[in-house]
Design a protein around this ligand. Sequence first.
Ligand code: SAH
Ligand code: DHB
Ligand code: MG
Length: 221
Amino acid sequence: MSRELWSKLDDFYAEKLHLNDPAMERVLERNREAGLRNISVSPNQGKLLMLLCLAKGAKRVLEIGTLGGYGALWLAKGVGEDGNVITLEVNPETAEVAQRNIEEAGASGQIEVRVGDARETLQAMIDAREEPFDLVFIDADRANLPHYVEAAMQLSTPGTVIFIDNTVRYGWVADPSETGAELDGVRAFLDLAADHPRLDCTVMQTVGEKGHDGFALCVVR
Ligand code: SAH
Ligand code: DHB
Ligand code: MG
């Protein structure tokens, strides 16, 4: 099995299931033009997020790490016209690309981009006692992952779904000879999740156009 095959199959299913409509294709195109890294969720991952929102009946969703807004637009499809997505982005230029994508996709009524370091934005949201979220999608720097999970839990209610991207990273996470702040962040998250009295988690590996990676799916008890 090769990365090339995983990627081809990812395209096959995305095309078969008509996952990328022209508006979503344009978002990825504008991300490329703006020079953003190609690390948005894949169409199949985006659809999974949308379906989790639908299954949960989620109306209030939080995303940590906006990039060009592609993931946020999938979440917006899941919460529907009367739902809301708040998405946090540290880089103002990146947030501007996202804002434009969201406007051109006609989703500015659903998605709010908040610019700033997510650690600070999250603390401000906790201090302001903002309403709990139905689903939280964590997809920013992994070094701060334990911090984001703790903050997400403070913005949760029993039954809130926490979905964490990039928890496998080609298996490096499980290989002690691989080091770095990002891998340590994922490992610290696993330690936190292992014995947490209020958090139930599983990790699923995935292969596809983004290589070999995976996500953690957690539910707040
Ligand atoms: N969820 C997006 C992809 C996010 S990529 C999608 O699927 O389309 C990760 C993003 O997290 C980048 O845009 C990066 O700038 C942002 N990020 C990194 N560190 C951050 C921080 N401390 N606070 C907020 N955003 C951060
Ligand atoms: C990277 C980050 C992501 O969020 C992702 O989905 C894939 C790769 C990265 O930092 O390389
Ligand atoms: Mg990611």
